[in-house]
Design a protein around this ligand. Sequence first.
Ligand code: HEM
Length: 390
Amino acid sequence: MRDFFSKEKGVLGSSGSSWKEQRTFSLNVLRKFGFGKRCLENQIMDEVRGLLEVIEKFGGQAIDIEEPLTISVANIICSIVFGKRFDYNDVKFKRLLFLLNEIFHVTTGSSFLVLFPTLRHVPFDIFKGQTVQRNLDEIQSFIREIIDNHRLCFDKNNINDFIDAFLLEQQNQEMEGNASFTDEQLVVTVQDFFSAGSETTVTTLRWAFLFLIHNPYIQTKLHKQIDEIIGEAIPQIEHREKLPYMEAFVLEVLRMGNIVPLGLAHCPNRDFEYGGYLFPKGVTVLPILDSALQDPNIFNNPQKFQPERFLDGEGKCKGTQKDKMIPFSTGRRVCLGENLARMELFLYLVAILQKLEIQPVDTSDLPSLKGHLGITYMPKPYKVKFIRRY
Ligand code: HEM
């Protein structure tokens, strides 16, 4: 069902036993390489520091942060998957990110393709499906090149990243006469990590900056809590509990930013009944996530940006209500990168606000809070000023 570009390979676009095998393997490897661990925290902080240096160079001028932010966040996935990061001026890497970005943007058309996969048979480019395919072909050849290099220096006693781990599993399987860990699986899985794992976090952070300039009182409160609790220390994940207002802010950005409003298409492998409705096997089911995120019965006055809704009477963060606060979806196909994304959002925001104040270019003409719906719902391009706090 969501396999129109991945041909049932990888995690995002596969289903059944192949999906189960690739998802389980990916999660195991990612845990091994640091999901939820201190080493990943250090990697994220290295990238945040790199971004702060870039911002510093602009000396408080108005900038569109999207490109440097994308390089910074994508480098975290690169470290995990490729075992290497890329320079801010690396032309090939920038091209890769541009192609990805274009996939996420093209479209109202490709959202239609996501919603109604059968439309891909329409024989012309109105849904930009061909642009997506062209970009994916170029991205995949970039990934293949990196995999080939890994294969050349492969050493089963020195497994450094996701690709190495996959190659090892491939070898083990071949010895057992099993062949589900194919080269094509690897290419598409790596592509999945990129496509699902950088644009989404970047988009969420871009919404966060936008909400901050629209709500200056929130930025003041965040600055105050960061100053009191962290001061000039290096931000760490364990500060999360001590910064409930920041936690609540991140949740509210995820709710209002509404990054994947339509969810991704699901397809039941058997008939089932839910809420009095029959869902026949094979039907396209769209888990419209914003029907929950914007539901007034769950979130009072849902159109208002209000981190306080996630705080209890003592100012502690109430946490997510698993079945209601579902920006990462829910169920067996819940976002595989949720933990990584939450770590990234917290560390980037704390480290940036620790040092900088985000100011609008013109207080009487703030950038729009109306976004653009592609595969994700993203803010339109905008500029802000990052001003040193001390
Ligand atoms: C704020 C950031 C993010 C948001 C809002 C987000 C949201 C989502 C959503 C809504 C889905 C669809 C789940 C479904 O099918 O019901 C999904 C799937 C997925 N996400 Fe994320 N995601 C984010 C970050 C990441 C990151 C950092 C990764 C990196 C590894 C990632 C990897 C994936 C993968 C591989 C899937 C497919 C899971 C499957 O089909 O089993 N995501 N994400």
